[in-house]
Design a protein around this ligand. Structure first.
Ligand code: HAM
Length: 398
């Protein structure tokens, strides 16, 4: 039996290491953990990610269950989190909720390097907070996660404005695009369903007409234009480097205002490691009370690709004995070590060279050998397998 195309088994310490770092930082920023169901009603995704998005249009794992309900595997985490918020009436209570989640998302995409059909996201949603300082705080938090992981990134931002900016801009854009006769097939469809998506088309953006395309930034209302300027000023105030990408529109329909993406230049074509932005109108569009919100999702597999063993290295002990009569002592010390460190205990007596080989094979960096001498002297010899340094300690000092 084989796993399905675009799906994978993750057997890698980097996964939990990432979750730990990201969750710790999210909690310091006041987020609490939520686990939403992996299955939700299809209509939830249609009405949030949007009918015109590729995710809903082409990539949903949707099916009819045995009770005839139209359900889907979640393609992203925002929709379920917002459904939870609404189902509990937090919009009516004007309650602010800061939630983080991680887990599998499903998109029926063409698998390639960095793009899977089942992939994992770590995401945060700050619901009910409209302050511009929250935008900065969210971006600062993401930079802290990547910095803690020692990952190099580039931050790109854009400003989509409010519904009235988009209403003004759309006809200008459509009029311009209608005059072009070499739009790619996808963009011809986008022109009808969601013309803004033409802006981040990888094919059309290389064509000459693209240099003339009307930009959102020139069509923002006074208030949005001021807020964008203020956002940039605050990013600079807090020493957050960014680039403006006038064509960044994001692939989901719910965004407005600030949108952003973090990319890495070490990943090839699928270089986005995080994407997010404001979605102040989504809750209202799902029949809730108007509630501001902002969030992001990090692609865990892509981040894991960037983590080297050195990023993740923690002390791992390997302990073994030279003779059978040493083994119970080995186990005693091993149990003690396990209170604090990951420890692999070898139950069978083996030679020094065999034990060292096993320690290296198991990627351990600390090695303890118990032989006759150690038993006699009540001592423990600890070898650091990276630096080759050795220390001898008294058993009682462990
Ligand atoms: P997204 O940009 O669709 O946004 O996904 C976020 C991240 O998930 C991407 O930057 C990428 O790293 C990763 N990703 C997406 N698709 C795949 C795939 N097929 N294989 C591997 N990794 C992938 C969202 O999903 C929004 N819900 C983010 C958000 C939260 N916006 C506001 N709140």
């Amino acid at each position: 039996m084989k796993k399905l195309k675009g799906m994978q088994d993750i057997v890698d310490d980097k996964y939990l290491y990432f979750i730990k770092i990201a969750s710790d930082i999210a909690e310091k920023y006041g987020f609490k953990f939520i686990k939403t169901p992996i299955l939700e009603e299809t209509i939830l995704f249609k009405r949030s990610a949007g009918d015109s998005s590729d995710i809903v249009n082409k990539e949903m794992y949707d099916f009819i269950d045995k009770s005839n309900n139209a359900i889907s595997l979640r393609p992203e985490g925002t929709a379920g989190t917002i459904r939870y918020f609404l189902e509990n009436g937090f919009d009516k209570l004007k309650q602010k909720e800061k939630l983080y989640y991680y887990g599998s998302m499903f998109r029926f995409e063409k698998p390639q390097k960095g793009r899977f059909r089942e992939f994992n996201q770590f995401g945060c949603e700050s619901i009910g907070e409209g302050s511009i300082y929250e935008d900065i705080s969210i971006i600062k938090m993401i930079t802290e996660i990547f910095e803690e992981l020692k990952i190099k990134y580039k931050l790109k931002i854009n400003y989509l404005g409010c519904p009235s900016c988009i209403k003004e801009y759309k006809p200008t854009l459509v009029e311009f695009l209608n005059k072009q006769n070499d739009l790619c097939e996808d963009c011809q469809n986008r022109l009808i369903k969601n013309p803004l998506r033409v802006l981040d088309c990888k094919i059309d953006s290389t064509k000459p007409f693209f240099k003339e395309i009307p930009l959102l930034k020139d069509n923002l209302c006074k208030e949005c234009s001021n807020t964008f300027e203020e956002t940039k000023r605050l990013l600079e105030l807090f020493n957050i480097d960014y680039e403006i990408d006038n064509n960044l529109v994001r692939g989901l329909d719910y965004y407005n205002g600030l949108v952003f993406e973090f990319t890495s230049n070490e990943l090839g074509a699928q270089d986005a490691i995080c994407g997010g932005g404001r979605y102040d109108y989504l809750i209202e569009s799902l029949n809730g009370k108007k509630t501001s919100a902002i969030g992001f999702g990090i692609g865990i597999e892509r981040v894991m690709e960037l983590l080297t063993v050195n990023n993740v290295q923690e002390d791992i002990y390997y302990i073994g004995g030279l003779n059978n009569y040493c083994i119970e002592e080995v186990i005693k010390i091993g149990f003690k070590l396990r209170k604090k460190y990951k420890t692999i205990i070898e139950y069978n007596a083996k030679s020094f060279s065999k034990l060292i080989n096993l320690a290296e094979k198991n990627k351990c960096n600390k090695f303890i050998l118990i032989g006759e001498e150690e038993l006699k002297n009540n001592s423990i010899r600890v070898k650091d397998l990276n630096t080759k340094e050795e220390i001898i300690i008294k058993k009682g000092d462990l």
